[in-house]
Design a binder for this molecule. Structure first.
Ligand code: ADP
Ligand code: SF4
Ligand code: MG
Length: 367
């Protein structure tokens, strides 16, 4: 097994709860007692419905926000309270790519300034001409023309903007990148291009990727291992094939039923889960999923299920996962959704093959 690059240990983040005149603001229990380890060089995915705490967890891992409780370990060192020069070094080694590249790119800056800023900040260029050269290299690396450095973000398409965001993330020569829904805002064919870019950069630069996403087709295509989140907690963690072939947790099973169709606009035609997502200001007692779980029993509302480690590097947090499995709840539903999933996967693979063929042709042309 490869060494761990990043570990979350009992990470908890609560927002709000501040004292006001006569009351407190509501406390949002965004992330609760989350533990896992990311292995060097893998693509580790964090998946779950909107509002379940994925982005908060991603920001905690990168120390962009401080944890309420728990620790973050990076390459064996406890970074939870790092400040100053140490934190700056961390900022260089761990980067984030956001869902909405337009919102995350300053509209008043040229692409050259946007990408050049981290180059200068981390002291990776001695003067302006070295900086320009580095920006040109980074643009080329993400498949854009160096001349684009003179232009502004609004002059680009969504896919190109995401490439600019990736170039900026690469500027400090990071070891780990967190992608917070990096392709969710893009059309499916553009998604495939950006996914291919991320995968080839990962291979070329030896990166570790943490992918935060709600789209299971993207997850299935890209990741090695997957953590499934529900209302701030990890309910299941498994290698990607095991998770899709035999989902053990009732919530994972429900999520797989909700796999999007071939176009992002067809997503969620019928509700995958009964009932509303409970408010994270008042998470249900015991198992947080008990208000929506078709298998819930009285014990579920009283006792929080702890993660149980299983063979094959899996873990699941459900009191009754064995009963659920014996009742045959996992397998049949996968068969019923796999046609839709396969359609998307086939498209990603097709684009991947085309991209590889292109690389070979241009490599030959350059010889
Ligand atoms: N800065 C914040 N202040 C208060 N609540 C927040 C803040 N950031 C996120 N939240 C809340 O925390 C919960 C988890 O949010 P988020 O991590 O963005 O979920 P996801 O990325 O899975 O959609 C949500 O209820 C959200 O409203
Ligand atoms: S612990 Fe109970 S409520 Fe929670 S997922 Fe398992 S069966 Fe459902
Ligand atoms: Mg989010």
């Amino acid at each position: 097994m490869k060494p761990n690059i990043l570990e979350a240990s009992a990470l908890t983040k609560r927002f709000g709860g501040e004292r006001q005149m006569f009351a407190r603001t509501p406390t949002v229990h965004a992330v609760n007692d989350v533990s896992f380890a990311v292995q060097t060089g893998e693509t580790f995915a964090i998946v779950g419905e909107s509002g379940c705490g994925k982005s908060t967890l991603g920001r905690l891992l990168l120390r962009l926000i401080d944890a309420t409780q728990g620790r973050v370990i990076y390459q064996g060192e406890d970074i939870t309270h790092w400040q100053g020069a140490k934190l700056r070094r961390l900022r260089r080694e761990m980067q984030i790519i956001f869902q909405d590249p337009f919102a995350s790119l300053n509209p008043g800056m040229t692409v050259g300034q946007i990408i050049g800023e981290p180059v200068a900040f981390h002291g990776l260029a001695r003067n302006a001409s070295e900086r320009r050269e580095r920006v040109a290299q980074l643009l080329t690396k993400v498949g854009l023309q160096p001349a684009y450095a003179e232009r502004y973000p609004h002059e680009f398409s969504g896919g190109q903007r995401q490439r600019i965001g990736i170039a900026r993330a690469l500027a400090g020569e990071p070891k780990l990148i967190v992608g917070d829904e990096p392709v969710s805002a893009l059309d499916v064919s553009v998604q495939a291009q950006v996914i291919n870019l991320l995968e080839s950069l990962k291979a070329e630069l030896g990166l570790t990727l943490v992918m935060v996403a709600h789209d299971l087709a993207v997850i299935r295509h890209m990741s090695d291992r997957v953590a499934v989140m529900y209302l701030g907690e990890i309910v299941e963690l498994a290698p990607v094939d095991a998770l899709f072939d035999t989902p053990l947790h009732p919530y994972t099973q429900a999520l797989l039923r909700a796999i999007p169709a071939s176009s992002p606009h067809e997503r969620r035609t019928k509700p995958a889960l009964q009932g509303d997502l409970p408010s994270p200001t008042a998470p249900p007692s015991g198992c947080r999923f008990h208000t929506r779980c078709p298998h819930a029993k009285p014990r579920c509302s009283q006792e929080r299920p702890l993660a149980e480690a299983l063979p094959g590097g899996r873990q699941v947090a459900c009191h009754f996962w064995r009963d659920v499995q014996n009742a045959g709840s996992g397998a049949p539903l996968v068969a019923s959704v796999s046609a839709k999933l396969n359609e998307r996967l086939a498209l990603y693979r097709e684009k991947q093959a085309a991209a590889m063929a292109n690389t070979h042709t241009s490599a030959n042309a350059n010889r």
